[in-house]
Design a protein. Structure first.
Lengths: 348, 280
């Protein structure tokens, strides 16, 4: 398998005191700037045709990571290798005309917000083709219709405006726009979160079909772990700007090593596990991502298994076969009793 | 054809807009074809028949020089509408450009435009218009400029605030991924979304700048007699109200009121028609 995307030590820090006020500028008093560590030293790879799930709670840096990968945001440091080319160094402003622009596309979270209210469904799908493939007239018409058919969007809906479409139809338009340029990497930012459960299933089936038919690679951002388990080959869990655990999806779901992932998986709702599940409940909220202690585990404050050494040493991702985990305690072999009750996998 | 059906349906749903539209079309026809519509020469004086009350011959009566007021009111539409259209077009073009750039790019340009607009708004606007006309020279084209300058801040503010909200929408990010440059996003993706408030503002503004032009000529700036223009006609007629010749000032005043009212109604109606989100 060839590597499509190789992210190395990607970091994005947002300065918080961007413009000191005029009084401070005149008096020359200097304040040490604070930084919000949105994405901190993240490395991972994504193979061609693979589907990688990205999970984590709100505010953990998922969206920033996505914006870095789609090159709408410039990283503070680190590299993004896409098809063996460095694209992290190209300024976001110039990336619009970069040849790799067409190869990284995204399906947005809110299908209403991500479609221009003044554009018909046709215009929305045609926009990337007009801009980046310079299609027009008959060729454009044919191509748009072909793409609409691929996402099962009835052709009669192409002349409608977003407000005349249902949520599922709008999402299909969004997906059609995402695949229009035949990208290599499609980033799906919680695509089904705004939909009814019944529509979700249909859309997930469609996404699975598209990936196989078009040979796409997915980076699938989601809150819904069941969806990730269904659709992804590997999963990556983020906490406060860091990857805490990554590995093949079944491996991680069956034997999570990081206490955060354990808690996430324990929180999945299901019917038949009944009372046997030993629930790991997290207390408190996500701590502040502003200037976190570089020598302490970021999960310390909420960790049910914390020890004193977690405050002295920042755990890095350690390899356990295919599986990687950033927890000092995960280095001890896990016993069978510790393994949480197995949750039956659902299938499409 | 489908579009036409839709418009007909929308207009029948809003009878006020329909009436306003009919009046508006009437005024435009008056303005365009005035010389062929008027029953009398609006400049021909007939001192024998001066200050005659409205009659079958002279529907709106005659003024102090015996000119037919009906003919003069129709001719006046041309001047007032022309000034209003010119001023609004100029103000909207410049104001939209400045407001859109300020809202989208922000930074120092935004600061500069914002303060510039504040400075204009700090003046009493009508006094500013008077000063501009007095300073640049007392002619019609300067009335258009003056009117455009005092109207521009409203466009800057409307467009800037709309762009500020819109530029964070998801579809802007999506447009970037589709290979749109900043310029394309601003002019082809964002600006069409501003058109609804912009058209409403323009329509309301049209009435206002008409009043403005009439007010300027009322105080003796800009257009000069004997040009048939509603502001001057009201000013001249004002002398005769006390002596009982009310018609000299009333009819041009009524025409002005009617047209301004119709622009305001039209503005509200157009907003409903243009915004696709309010259609079903």
């Amino acid at each position: 398998m060839t590597t499509l995307l190789n992210v190395e030590k990607l970091t994005k820090h947002f300065p918080l005191t961007a413009s000191p006020n005029i009084f401070k500028r005149l008096t020359g008093s200097k304040q040490k700037p604070s930084y919000l560590h949105a994405v901190d030293n993240i490395s991972f790879t994504l193979n061609k045709g693979e589907s990688l799930g990205l999970v984590g709670e709100s505010g953990c840096g998922k969206s920033t990571l996505v914006r870095l990968l789609t090159r709408l945001l410039d990283p503070t440091s680190g590299h993004i290798l896409f098809n063996d080319r460095h694209i992290g160094d190209v300024p976001a402003k110039e990336f619009a005309i970069h040849p790799e622009r067409a190869k990284i596309q995204q399906v947005f979270q809110d299908p209403t917000d991500s479609l221009n209210p003044r554009f018909t469904a046709f215009d929305c799908i045609a926009d990337p083709l007009k801009r980046l493939q310079k299609l027009s007239g008959e060729a454009l018409q044919k191509r748009v219709e072909a793409i609409a058919a691929q996402v099962s969007l009835p052709l009669t809906l192409l002349s409608r405006y977003p407000h005349q479409l249902s949520g599922g139809q709008k999402l299909r338009v969004g997906i059609a726009r995402g695949i229009a340029l035949q990208p290599d990497l499609l980033i799906l930012d919680e695509p089904t979160s705004a939909l009814d459960v019944s529509v979700q299933a249909v859309i997930l089936k469609l996404l699975d079909k598209l990936r196989r038919e078009l040979g796409l690679s997915y980076l699938f951002v989601s809150h819904d772990l069941n969806v990730v388990r269904l659709l992804c080959d590997r999963v990556m869990a983020m906490y406060l700007g860091k990857v805490v655990e990554t590995g093949p999806v079944e491996e991680v779901f069956q034997r999570p090593r990081h206490p955060y992932t354990k808690a996430l998986i324990a929180a999945i709702s299901h019917f038949d596990a009944g009372g046997q599940v030993q629930r790991v409940r997290l207390q408190g909220e996500l701590p502040s991502p502003i200037d976190p202690d570089p020598h302490a585990c970021r999960f310390y404050g909420r960790c049910p298994a914390r020890e004193d050494r977690c405050l002295r040493e920042m755990p890095e991702l350690e390899k356990y076969g295919e599986h990687k985990s950033a927890c000092l305690l995960a280095q001890q072999p896990i016993t069978q009793t510790e393994a949480i009750a197995q949750i039956p996998a659902v299938s499409l | 054809m489908k579009q036409f059906e839709e418009w007909r349906y929308l207009l029948l749903q809003n009878p006020l807009t329909l009436i306003a539209l009919i009046v508006f079309i009437g005024v435009v026809i008056c303005a365009l074809f005035a010389p062929w519509l008027v029953p009398y020469d609006p400049f021909a004086s007939d001192t024998v028949n001066a200050l005659q009350p409205p009659s079958a011959n002279n529907w709106f009566g005659t003024d102090q020089l015996g000119r037919d007021i009906f003919s003069r009111v129709i001719m006046g539409a041309r001047m007032d509408l022309g000034i209003a259209v010119g001023a609004v077009a100029l103000a909207a073009a410049i104001g939209t450009f400045l407001g859109a750039c300020a809202g989208f790019y922000g930074g120092h340009f935004d600061q500069a435009v914002g303060r510039g607009v504040d400075i204009i708004m700090a003046f009493p606007l009508f006094v500013l218009a008077m000063a501009i006309v007095a300073g640049l020279g007392n002619n019609v084209i300067n009335v258009v400029y003056a009117s455009a300058i005092i109207n521009m801040p409203f466009y800057v503010r409307v467009v800037r605030s709309e762009i500020l909200i819109l530029k964070n929408a998801g579809f802007v990010e999506a447009a970037r991924l589709c290979g749109n440059s900043n310029k394309r996003i601003l002019w082809f993706q964002l600006l069409p979304n501003v058109s609804a408030p912009l058209v409403v503002q323009m329509s309301l503004n049209m009435g206002w700048s008409m009043l403005n032009a009439a007010s300027l000529s009322f105080v003796g700036l800009g257009i000069r007699p004997p040009t048939p223009e509603w502001g001057i006609m009201v000013a001249e007629g004002a002398h005769y109200i006390i002596s009982g010749q009310w018609w000299v000032a009333l009819f041009p005043g009524l025409a002005l009121t009617l047209v301004v009212l119709c622009f305001n109604l039209l503005g509200d109606g157009l907003r409903d028609i243009i915004d696709p989100r309010r259609r079903t």
